[in-house]
Design a binder for this molecule. Structure first.
Ligand SMILES: C=CC1=C(C)c2cc3[nH]c(cc4nc(cc5[nH]c(cc1n2)c(C)c5CCC(=O)O)C(CCC(=O)O)=C4C)c(C)c3C=C
Ligand SMILES: [Fe+2]
Ligand SMILES: [Fe+2]
Length: 335
């Protein structure tokens, strides 16, 4: 029997995968960075201070001073395709779409800024995705990253009449696919260097130390990744935490302190990698690649190499395909 003319069009059923990363400003200038920081630093999952205390600090101090400093940093890493974080996440999404084939619609979104999670989730549902895997690209679980991305996706569904079924990608900090990809990729990058590093420093994004006491597994996940990777690599591995923000005590040791202390211990040739970042971004290219190198060489270090993240290179995409296919089991045919 034909449908009545008033019946809405129902698109053919699809499975969707939404890759999610943190977010980045739309331009390396002060107004765009201020907009980005205002959204990011207003998230109570990121700054866990009572709003009545934090809001005046954010608007009266942080958003008046930090945007200029950060915009200068962003201008040093900006590319013809825009922010490295957004450009690489888009390439990962395109490459994963090619690997998964027509059965799966792959898209990408940012937790802060554009393209937004509500916008992309709504577009996926409109395109017929009745089942969607949310894939926040953070190997180590953290409430300030994984949970807030999932929160916003769930909040988006709260406004939908016909909700898609959702799955979320679990942390993959100890998965064989991830550790193996890092091992092979790091070994290849070390091999290509024109010097032999005495140490490999694994630098993770820091978090306030109290989040560990409150039960966030992030610290333990970072340590486990480092242990599993260290067991497989021939080089001695150290671990540190970067990007301290504010006055509270953060996870230690701090990356800048480790870099400054190495030369006095006779360690003057090092490589540094950031396995917690699935894509290179401000924190890896500028903080580790530019500032970290200055700190190390000013303290007497001689040779310094920043290794790239897995990004959309073969090892990274093989790993992403494997962990995504595992979570899609029962939704798509096995490869
Ligand atoms: C209290 C503040 C912050 C917490 C907590 C935090 C956790 C956290 N962040 C990442 C990943 C990224 N952070 C990036 C930039 C960035 N982070 C903070 C602050 C906190 N992060 C700020 C203020 C900024 C902006 C830049 C600056 O002003 O310094 C980025 C890079 C974004 C880009 O555009 O390139 C990433 C990625 C993780 C994984 C994490 C907790 C585990
Ligand atoms: Fe951060
Ligand atoms: Fe721990």
């Amino acid at each position: 029997m034909p449908l009545p003319a008033t019946h809405p069009v129902i698109p053919p059923r699809k499975v969707g995968v939404l890759l999610i990363n943190l977010g980045t400003p739309e331009a390396p200038d002060v107004p765009a960075v201020r907009r980005y920081l205002a959204e990011f630093l207003s998230d109570p999952r990121v700054i866990e201070i009572p709003r009545a205390i934090w809001k005046p600090i954010l608007h009266g101090l942080v958003l008046r001073t930090r945007p200029a400093k950060s915009a200068h940093a962003y201008s040093q890493v900006w590319t013809e395709h825009g922010s490295p974080l957004a450009a690489i996440t888009k390439r990962q999404s395109d490459a994963l779409a090619g690997r998964l084939g027509d059965e799966v619609l792959v898209d990408w979104a940012m937790r802060y800024g554009a393209p937004s999670i509500p916008d992309r989730l709504t577009a996926m549902k409109d395109a017929g995705c009745e089942r969607i895997l949310l894939a926040p690209l953070y190997p180590q679980y953290c409430a300030a990253t994984t949970a807030t991305a999932n929160d916003l996706a769930f909040a988006t569904l709260a406004g939908m009449r016909w909700q898609p079924a959702l799955r979320t990608l679990p942390p993959y900090h100890d998965s064989d696919d991830y550790i193996g990809a890092l091992q092979r990729d790091i070994e290849a990058q070390l091999e290509a260097l024109d010097f032999e590093p005495q140490r490999l420093l694994l630098s993770y994004h820091g978090m306030p130390e109290r989040t560990l006491r409150k039960g966030d597994p992030y610290h333990c996940h970072c340590r486990k990744t480092a242990r599993l990777l260290g067991d497989r690599l021939k080089i001695t591995v150290d671990t540190s935490f970067q990007s301290r923000f504010g006055r509270d005590k953060w996870l230690e040791p701090a990356t800048d302190a480790v870099l400054k202390a190495y030369p006095a211990q006779g360690i003057t040739r090092i490589a540094i990698a950031a396995p917690g970042f699935s894509a290179d971004c401000l924190e890896t290219i500028e903080e580790l690649g530019i500032r970290g190198k200055e700190e190390f060489t000013e303290a007497g270090g001689r040779d310094y190499a920043r290794l790239d993240c897995l990004n959309d290179r073969d090892q990274g995409m093989q790993m992403l395909e494997a962990i995504v296919r595992r979570e899609l089991a029962g939704w798509i045919a096995p490869a």
